[in-house]
Design a protein. Structure first.
Length: 401
């Protein structure tokens, strides 16, 4: 018989109804002056336990199945790609993964899903992978959460990696969380640092917390694999060594795992994106200071002159002035360009978390006390609608020379 996770001790319950009032989900009712918990509504938040003055409600701790951690080996990287081209976040993960694997005395492995994708295994081996697990099926031509997750869960349970890393991209964030839930492990999201603790051999996962005000170091000592998603452009890409040799394992997957409840109808490309901001060396970003969407034209003009990408603050995206694909910041993309122009952006901590790694930051804002100036290499106090067109004209003259 399955043990219930929370129960009412009848001999102690006096029917005071304090637990009923405390439950935010309406999961507790009184029946014949006795508290009764509806487990279909209960979220195990514990509010009723704290409210009860007679200790008549008890949470039953679920004992996790103890795993033999010695069975889990190797460092895995999910090889994300688009239209057959490996994304650079994969090379960044291989660069860091190589060091982690060497510290642990384990192999570095890449797992590659797609259609007609076997030829890309050589790239992954040249970038540091000792093994590449390939699942090459027509059903995997396009990323679909349900199918990709089912396949990854299957190979993770089969090979038992010690560490499994994904990029903190739209694909990686969606995929890693699904896998983590099904293999019963935690997931540290948006990491900016990964290291091995020499004493315990656990993975130390570092990520910003409380809006980037502190850096949290997170470990998972009792569960494997240790899973994390890693922000783009915070780690160096692995070098290319075409002489490296590695092993390729082509996995066979059951047909049932390749079935999805969703069907891809078509792909609508964001035609406004001319340069991927995550890959750009120069980014010109606009914020609330532009006042209206039409004024993003001055940002695009400057970006065209410099061959730069167009970025935006969350405020501009939330206002509907520009698509989300341009958003820079904690809830957008993390970028690391050589030059970052922040035009009409105040510089809230969430935005700074996504662009503060830029080599040079040029801030343009009419508020001399805007926080962005504290992070800026160069600052211009003035109206962006006046300063940016003048700057664009001067840059055009200089670049012609």
């Amino acid at each position: 018989m399955t043990q219930e996770p929370i129960k009412v001790i009848a001999d102690k319950c006096v029917g005071c109804s304090l637990c009923v009032k405390s439950c935010p989900f309406g999961a507790v009712v009184l029946e014949n002056k006795l508290a009764v918990i509806d487990l279909t509504k209960c979220t195990l938040c514990g509010a009723c336990v704290q409210a009860c003055r007679f200790d008549s409600i008890e949470m039953v701790a679920k004992t996790a199945e103890q795993k033999d951690l010695s069975l889990f080996r190797d460092v895995w990287v999910f090889a994300e790609h688009h239209e057959g081209k490996i994304n650079t976040i994969t090379y960044e993960l291989l660069g860091k993964g190589r060091k982690l694997a060497d510290d642990l005395g384990m192999d570095l492995c890449a797992v590659l899903l797609g259609k007609d994708i076997k030829s890309r295994t050589e790239d992954l081996i040249a970038r540091g992978a000792d093994k590449v697990y390939v699942i090459d099926r027509p059903e995997l031509e396009y990323f679909q959460d349900e199918i990709y997750a089912a396949v990854l869960i299957e190979v993770v349970n089969k090979y038992k990696p010690n560490i499994f890393l994904c990029g903190a991209t739209t694909v990686g964030r969606s995929l890693a969380s699904r896998v983590a839930v099904k293999v019963h492990v935690g997931l540290t999201a948006d990491c900016t640092g990964l290291d091995i603790d020499p004493a315990t051999r656990n993975l130390v996962q570092t990520r910003p917390a409380f809006g980037g005000n502190i850096m949290a170091a997170i470990i998972s000592p009792n569960h494997r694999p240790q899973m994390a998603t890693v922000r783009h452009k915070v780690m160096k890409e692995s070098g290319v060594d075409s002489t490296r040799k590695g092993r390729v394992f082509v996995e066979k997957i059951a047909e049932a795992l390749l079935q999805s409840r969703a069907k891809r109808i078509r792909f609508e490309k964001d035609v406004s994106v001319t340069v991927n901001i995550a890959e750009a060396n120069i980014i010109v970003s606009g914020g609330r200071g532009l006042q209206k969407p039409e004024n993003f034209a001055v940002i695009r003009d400057m970006a065209d002159v410099l061959g730069a990408a167009v970025g935006a603050s969350r405020a501009a995206v939330d206002a509907g002035w520009i698509p989300y694909s341009h958003q820079v910041g904690q809830t957008g993309k993390t970028v690391c360009p050589k030059i970052y122009f922040a035009c009409g952006i105040s510089g809230q901590i969430q935005h700074l978390a996504g662009m503060s790694s830029a080599d040079i930051i040029v801030a343009i804002n009419k508020d001399p006390d805007a926080p962005i100036f504290k992070a800026a290499t160069y600052g211009i106090v003035g109206d962006v609608m006046t300063v940016v067109p003048l700057l664009t004209a001067e840059l055009k003259k200089l670049l012609k020379k």
